[in-house]
Design a protein around this ligand. Structure first.
Ligand SMILES: CC(C)(COP(=O)(O)OP(=O)(O)OC[C@H]1O[C@@H](n2cnc3c(N)ncnc32)[C@H](O)[C@@H]1OP(=O)(O)O)[C@@H](O)C(=O)NCCC(=O)NCCS
Length: 171
């Protein structure tokens, strides 16, 4: 974590100050302010936030997780030919963002790794083939590409990473 203060990652709650969060992309800030709590309540997505231990209300970053299936035709032929001819189960990081004041300090990477770890734990009970992400712009795309994500065919900004490369047993 390169000397950064330790972070706590926990489900979004009412005590978190959603209004103060700003990552530089208005639609992501607005999602956190206006939609996130409703989506959680309706079981559309789970929202996890990062915060410093000594500042329980301040949101330093967040990500969302939900489930989806990938059409086989969106995967590369080499991958698809080894899979059954059915939609492939996956987990989606629909949004991931770090507060502007805390960007470029390793927090985005930590959030991504936390989302993957959380998904791996779930995948011991419910099969999940891949992690899928939606990249909101070119910067986000570059961010995900450096962690081995590949573009899903027929999509503009959706990328996947097969989970088979990770250890999936809970510790
Ligand atoms: C993209 C974003 C999540 C990255 O988070 P961050 O905390 O600033 O990134 P990190 O410090 O963890 O960087 C991790 C790595 O990604 C690289 N990186 C970070 N931002 C990048 C960018 N915009 N373009 C290319 N690479 C980037 C860093 O150099 C670092 O590489 P390294 O490990 O080789 O040093 C953050 O900048 C952000 O919230 N941006 C606005 C919202 C957004 O674009 N969300 C993306 C998903 S919708």
């Amino acid at each position: 974590m390169s000397g950064e203060r330790r972070l706590i990652i926990e489900p979004l709650g009412h005590h978190h100050n959603r209004n103060a969060f700003t990552c530089g992309i208005e639609s992501l800030d607005a999602y956190l302010r206006r939609q996130a709590t409703q989506n959680v309540k309706r079981r559309i997505s789970r929202v996890f936030i990062a915060r410093y231990p000594d500042d329980p209300a301040r949101i330093v970053g967040f990500y969302t997780l939900s489930s989806l299936s990938i059409d086989l035709s969106a995967l590369p032929d080499q991958t698809a030919k080894k899979l059954p001819r059915h939609p492939i189960p996956a987990a989606l990081i629909g949004r991931l963002a770090v507060d502007a004041s805390a960007q470029r300090k390793g927090i985005g990477k930590m959030l991504l790794s936390n989302a993957i770890r959380r998904t791996l734990l779930v995948s011991n009970d419910i099969a999940i083939y891949a992690m899928v992400v939606d990249a909101i712009n070119q910067d986000a795309e570059s961010f995900y590409l450096r962690y081995g994500f590949s573009r899903l065919a027929h999509t503009r900004n959706r990328f996947f990473l097969a989970l088979k490369c990770f250890q999936s047993r809970p510790d």
